[in-house]
Write a protein that binds this ligand. Structure first.
Ligand SMILES: [Zn+2]
Length: 309
C-alpha cells in the first residue's frame, strides 16, 4: 500500500510538473542527414531555462556491426529517448558513447547506455573538469522546477580516453576521433565519419546560438581555422542546424577575433572587467540568439585570459 502510494505521489508530481512545463517529451525526432548518420537538433535555449534541457545536438552513426552515439543530452530520460530512436532504426549494439566535451547538455544522458556496456569515450583531459563540474550540475538540476525529469541523472566515468587522433571501427565504417587543444573547453573531441564526410564538432561550432567560451579564446580561433580546412561535406555543430561550407565557422571566427581585439584594447586602456563586459561588442547582439545569456560571460573569460599576455 505504501509503495502504491509512493508511486501515485510520484506520478502526480510528474504530472503536475508536466502541466507546468508542457507535455512530457516521449520521443526525439532524429533526421537522417547522410547514409547511416542521424541527428537530433536541440532547441536554441539555455539549458537551465529550457523545460527539459533538450538543447544540444545528438548524433548516432550506424555501421555494419555496431552503433556510435555522439552526445547523449542533459538527462537520463533524454538519453533513454535517444536510445529509443536508435532502436527504431537498428537492433545493432551500441559500441561507443562519445562525449564531445564535459558540458552537461552533451553528456548527462550517458547513464541510459550503461546496460549496453559500450566504451564511454572522451578526451584525455576531461577527467578533472568532469570531477569538479558534475556535482555542481547535479545540484543545479535538483533545483530545477521540474527536477523529477532529471531524476537518476549523473556522470559516467569514461572508459576510453583519447590523447591522439584515433580510429574506431563500427564495421565497414571508420570514425576518426580528434582531441583538440584549448578551445571551447580544455578537452573538445570531434568525430569525422569518413564514409559520408560528416564532421561532428560538438561545441567547437555553434550555429545561431551565441558561442560560449569555457576554454581559451585564442586557442579556439586556432582550432576553428584548422577545422575549416577539413574535407567535410556536412558539419554537425553542437547547437544549431547541420551545415555545409565554412560560412558559420567564419562568422564564429569573426566574433571571437573581434572580441579578442576589443578586450586587448580595453586592457590596454585600463577599462575594468565589469565595464568591458557590459560595453564591448554590443553591436554583435543581433548576430546571435542568447547573446544576453552568454556574451558578457565571454568578455569576462576573454579578459581573464588576455590581461596577463
Ligand atoms: Zn558546451
Amino acid at each position: 500500500m505504501t509503495r502504491f502510494l509512493c508511486i501515485c505521489l510520484a506520478l502526480c508530481s510528474l504530472f503536475s510538473q508536466s502541466v507546468i512545463a508542457g507535455r512530457l517529451p516521449d520521443s526525439l525526432k532524429f533526421d537522417q542527414v547522410a547514409d547511416g548518420v542521424y541527428v537530433y537538433t536541440g532547441k536554441i535555449e539555455d539549458v537551465f531555462s529550457s523545460p527539459y534541457g533538450l538543447v544540444a545536438n545528438s548524433t548516432f552513426i550506424v555501421g555494419d556491426k555496431s552503433v556510435a552515439v555522439i552526445d547523449t543530452g542533459t538527462s537520463l530520460r533524454q538519453g533513454r529517448l535517444i536510445r529509443k530512436a536508435i532502436r527504431d532504426v537498428t537492433s545493432l549494439p551500441v559500441s561507443h558513447v562519445i562525449n564531445s566535451h564535459v558540458h552537461l547538455d552533451h553528456i548527462f544522458g550517458n547513464r541510459a547506455f550503461l546496460d549496453d556496456h559500450p566504451e564511454f569515450v572522451a578526451h584525455k583531459k576531461i577527467l578533472s573538469d568532469l570531477q569538479s563540474k558534475a556535482p555542481y550540475y547535479q545540484d543545479r538540476l535538483a533545483d530545477q522546477p521540474n527536477s523529477l525529469w532529471y531524476k537518476g541523472t549523473g556522470p559516467v566515468k569514461p572508459t576510453l580516453l583519447i590523447e591522439k587522433v584515433t580510429e574506431i571501427d563500427l564495421g565497414g565504417r571508420l570514425l576518426m576521433l580528434e582531441p583538440h587543444g584549448r578551445a571551447h573547453t580544455l578537452h573538445d573531441l570531434s568525430v569525422y565519419d569518413q564514409k559520408t564526410r560528416t564532421l561532428i564538432t560538438g561545441d567547437l561550432v555553434f550555429e545561431q546560438h551565441c558561442p560560449s567560451i569555457d576554454g581559451s579564446i585564442t586557442g579556439w580561433i586556432t582550432v576553428l581555422e584548422g577545422l575549416r580546412t577539413l574535407p567535410y561535406d556536412r558539419l554537425v555543430p553542437g547547437h544549431g542546424r547541420v551545415l555545409s561550407g565554412t560560412e558559420e565557422i567564419d562568422k564564429q571566427i569573426a566574433y571571437l577575433s573581434a572580441l579578442t581585439d576589443a578586450v586587448r584594447e580595453a586592457v590596454a586602456n585600463q577599462v575594468d572587467i565589469y565595464t568591458a563586459s557590459t560595453t564591448l561588442l554590443q553591436d554583435h547582439r543581433d548576430n546571435w540568439k542568447l547573446f544576453d545569456a552568454f556574451h558578457a560571460r565571454n568578455v569576462i573569460q576573454a579578459y581573464k585570459e588576455l590581461e596577463w599576455e
